[in-house]
Design a protein around this ligand. Structure first.
Ligand code: ADP
Ligand code: SF4
Length: 695
């Protein structure tokens, strides 16, 4: 039996926050999900799962206090009325059923609530347009507005108490309304709410005071603040700490982050590409200078040694987590039980953020069960024995989809599963993707599954096995899962022109593909290289950086208006572009490639003007195509399958359609969960949450 190391005992001490007590130091800070009050059962099951996994508290996402704080299409929770209250009470109940406290992050967005649903004017301390949306210019809050918003905060707090919440936030960080008042940049007022630090603090202090007076005996009052807004908001560490001192007598728990909504200040939820575990501490770790109350900090903590160090070093009292708790809801329990190598470590890819913020449904690369607890009934740690577990299964391809599928089949009690791959190790595309600059931490995708696969006696990994259709048929399996992935297309096929690019042909010496560079080690013949990126995510940027580091003159050509637009959804984009620019890579946007030539390429700019770019070679990163030949050959001959004793052939992952790594893993997981269903090839319907119409 594994045992917890004594040096981690400190993480399991209880912590008192006002009238409540946290059972340990693991705290799931508020984070977006896309569930809000629209999917109350999903919300409850998602947070409840973390409570079951050992988190001492689980919090909602930002939770709007009134229709004047409406940020649609982004999905916040809401506590506008009693129906919202009942919706969120499910989550509080789920937390309590698992001995955790429930927190609610009461929120007013001010300028950053664009009111697209309510159509009410956005409110702000001063009339400065939103940098997100230049046509959103707020109303300057009058005295009556200030009073009303504070009243709404109190009313929402009352509902939260009735819903069963233990921790109520007067949330102000991420430059929402309270910080807009505190900020000399957003707040240009000359009345009692603007000017001096005391005046700029007044709105937030009054709101805290009024919520405290109403609720403080029953619930813990938490305040979320940026220790330093870092950019374009003007609330530096000195003022951040001064505010903490000023509000401290009324606050039971300080939840300290960094950054603002603007530019590079958006450092909260920093991607692993640029930020290490604990990266916020240089700012947030200073909060303890201003308060003796418990402080929670975040920084993608997954390493118990680092966590214990944070506590022992006096930097914070609670280990906050959003992403690590999504990636592994059972992180605290695994540490508590000394099962360190079973932790499903967050890779810091921010696919969760990209999937939850834009009004979507949260998903996670590492944890395909995240967001599926209610609607698909998936538990991240528990698996039913499959009804057909005695049938031998062959999974062909050990990329993310194949690894996940084989692992879940093993956990579902299959008695014999072979995971075969042509390569000399498992991992598939991850074997080279993780060698792209900054993506090393994505290696946890393989590391976690490697440990799990090794522990499953019924699953055997067979390497160096490039299987053709005959070999698959002769293998002796009853069920075959093809997880052979995808390849970059060699003809420049892309979604922008919806056609191959004339002259693009990867068999020519001056045309290279990502795998040529990353796997075969091919290099451009000559100093100048053009990278054509129609994908807009991490691949082209990574290859550009590698070739630049090797001394090539790199021109990066993309039809999009910015380099790597998908990286904006994962909070990597801005910093990535600055980084590539600083390396000396020539970034050329809004150029649609029209022809690849031996001496470079032709393109068209945004208004149709031709542009010529000289290069000795071109790397095509236009799109991937499924590597589905094996699957199609197998399924084209049902008679041969039957003769070989094969009952079913399925495919998963990029072999079905090349998508995010998160989707490939989800796909492999789904098939394994449903492999004993009536038609495993087709996903079972999932529970939907929608208003019931009588009739
Ligand atoms: P996904 O993201 O869908 O999991 P990847 O492209 O990461 O897919 O991985 C596909 C894996 O399948 C690679 O490791 C590759 O070596 C392996 N593979 C592809 N074709 C075969 C085959 N015919 N026999 C064995 N392994 C294969
Ligand atoms: Fe971590 Fe990526 Fe999962 Fe988000 S999606 S929790 S960043 S592994």
């Amino acid at each position: 039996m594994p045992e917890r190391l004594a040096r981690h005992d400190i993480l399991f001490e209880p912590v008192k926050i006002g009238p409540r007590t946290l059972r340990n130091r693991f705290y799931q800070v508020p984070h977006c999900t896309g569930f809000g009050v629209e999917k109350p059962w999903t919300q409850a099951a998602f947070r409840g799962m973390k409570a079951e996994g050992g988190w001492a508290a689980v919090c909602t996402e930002y939770c709007s206090i009134s229709p004047e704080s409406d940020e649609k299409p982004y999905t916040s929770a809401r506590l506008w009325d009693d129906e919202d209250m009942r919706a969120l009470s499910l989550m509080a109940d789920a937390a309590h059923a698992n001995d955790a406290l429930a927190g609610v992050e009461l929120w007013h967005g001010g300028l950053f609530a664009e009111q697209r649903e309510s159509r009410l004017p956005p409110l702000a301390p001063s009339q400065i347009a939103s940098d997100w949306d230049g046509v959103t210019v707020p109303k300057v809050m009058e005295a009556a507005d200030i009073r009303r918003v504070q009243d709404e905060w109190v009313a929402a707090a009352r509902r939260a108490r009735t819903a069963g919440f233990d921790i109520l936030y007067v949330y102000g960080s991420h430059t929402y309304l309270p910080t807009q008042f505190l900020s000399p940049v957003f707040n240009r007022r000359t009345d009692a709410y603007g000017g001096s630090f005391e005046n700029r603090s007044r709105f937030w202090l009054e709101a805290i005071e009024r919520v405290k007076a109403e609720i403080g005996d029953d619930c813990a009052i938490a305040v979320r603040i940026a220790a330093d807004t870092l950019e374009l908001s003007g609330v530096d560490l000195d003022e951040g700490l001064a505010f903490i001192r000023a509000a401290d007598p009324m606050v039971d728990l300080w939840d300290v982050t960094i950054g603002s909504m603007a530019g590079m200040g958006r450092l909260d939820a920093g991607p692993s590409r640029f930020y290490e575990q604990g990266y916020q501490l240089q700012w947030s770790g200073r909060a303890k200078e201003a308060t003796a109350k418990p402080v929670v900090v975040v920084g993608r903590f997954t390493d118990p040694d680092k966590m214990a160090e944070v506590i022992r070093g006096g930097h914070a009292d609670l280990i906050g987590a959003a992403r690590p708790s999504i990636s592994d809801p059972f992180l605290p329990r695994k540490i508590e039980e000394g099962r360190y190598d079973e932790v499903r470590e967050c890779i810091g890819c921010n696919a969760c953020y990209s999937r939850s913020v834009w009004g979507l449904h949260l998903g996670c690369t590492q944890n395909p069960t995240a967001g599926e607890e209610h609607r698909r009934g998936w538990h991240p740690e528990r698996f039913d024995r499959a009804a057909n577990a005695e049938e031998a299964v062959l999974v062909v391809g050990a990329g993310p989809a194949g690894m996940e599928c084989a692992m879940v089949l093993g956990k579902r009690g299959f008695e014999l599963v072979h995971l075969a791959d042509a390569g000399d190790d498992i991992g598939g595309q991850m074997r080279w993707v993780t060698r792209l600059p900054g993506l090393g931490e994505w290696g946890h995708v393989v590391a976690y599954r490697r440990v799990q696969l090794e522990r499953l006696p019924a699953v055997e990994v067979v390497l160096g096995a490039a299987l053709d259709a005959d070999a698959v048929r002769d293998y002796g399996a009853r069920i075959v899962v093809v997880a052979t992935g995808a390849r970059w297309t060699g003809d420049g096929m892309n979604g922008i022109t919806r056609a191959p690019i004339p002259g693009a042909d990867a068999s020519l010496p001056h045309v290279l593909l990502p795998e040529d560079v990353m796997v075969a080690g091919a290099r451009p013949d000559g100093k100048r290289v053009a990278i054509v990126d129609c994908e807009g995510y991490f691949t082209a940027a990574g290859i550009a950086e590698i070739l630049r580091a090797e001394g090539h003159d790199v021109v990066f050509v993309t039809p999009y208006d910015v380099v790597a637009p998908t990286c904006d959804q994962t909070l990597e984009g801005l910093r990535l572009r600055l980084h590539l620019h600083a390396l000396g890579i020539d970034l050329r946007t809004a150029l649609t490639p029209t022809e690849i030539l031996p001496g470079g390429l032709r393109a068209e700019d945004g208004v149709g003007r031709p542009v010529e770019i000289e290069a000795d070679a071109t790397v095509l990163v236009t799109q991937r195509l499924s590597d589905d030949a094996l699957y199609l050959e197998l399924t084209s001959d049902p008679g041969a399958l039957a003769a070989a004793g094969i009952d079913a052939v399925y495919r998963v992952g990029d072999c079905v359609a090349p998508r995010l790594i998160a989707d490939a893993i989800f796909d492999g997981h789904r098939l394994a969960r449903e492999i004993d269903g009536p038609d495993p090839a087709v996903a079972r319907p999932y529970l939907r949450e929608r208003p019931l119409i009588p009739g």
